[in-house]
Design a protein around this ligand. Structure first.
Ligand SMILES: Nc1ncnc2c1ncn2[C@@H]1O[C@H](COP(=O)(O)OP(=O)(O)OP(=O)(O)O)[C@@H](O)[C@H]1O
Ligand SMILES: [Mg+2]
Length: 143
């Protein structure tokens, strides 16, 4: 049973509708341990599935030695493995080269992509990627 959280679910569903119509969104659920962030994400995933959206999961915990972009890598990996190169090309479009920077498996499946930029620090690479895609997380504060 999922109780309450109408405001949060309303905002998340609106963001999902944006995403489905081609305006990607990034939302972060922020709050105390145990307050219901993961549960809300699962609820949204169920709703998105009913809405025929493709749902991908990535996870990570606060640990030393985690590779960069790890949750994204996990999410994209399951997607990349489950699709043919033609489909990856058409669905990722111009973003494929950027995604390949974060995940080498994309480059293995799509060898024609332009080569990754050289001579950059990880901080510079992260900045460039975030700038290009205007990643502005919308925090949804849990209380
Ligand atoms: N709206 C809700 N209705 C019913 N049960 C809920 C709801 N929100 C959370 N719970 C339950 O409360 C428990 C803790 O929730 P959850 O794991 O989602 O918290 P969390 O914010 O992700 O915690 P953490 O920060 O530790 O990851 C779970 O058993 C979950 O099923
Ligand atoms: Mg959690």
């Amino acid at each position: 049973m999922f109780v309450g959280r109408q405001r949060e679910m309303g905002e998340l569903k609106a963001c999902l509708e944006d995403a489905v119509s081609g305006r990607g969104r990034l939302v972060t659920l922020v709050g105390e341990p145990g307050i219901g962030k993961t549960r809300t994400a699962q609820e949204l995933a169920t709703y998105a599935g009913l809405r025929s959206a493709q749902v991908l999961w990535g996870r990570c915990y606060e640990e030393q030695g985690m590779p960069p972009y790890w949750p994204w890598v996990l999410a994209i990996r399951s997607y990349v493995r489950g699709h043919e190169p033609d489909q990856l090309h058409s669905e990722m479009g111009a973003g494929a080269a950027d995604i390949a920077e974060v995940m080498s498996e994309v480059r293995e499946r799509l060898p024609d992509l332009k080569p990754p930029p050289q001579l950059e620090s990880p901080e510079q690479a992260r900045f460039r990627l975030a700038q290009r895609h205007k990643w502005r997380p919308m925090p949804l504060e849990y209380v």
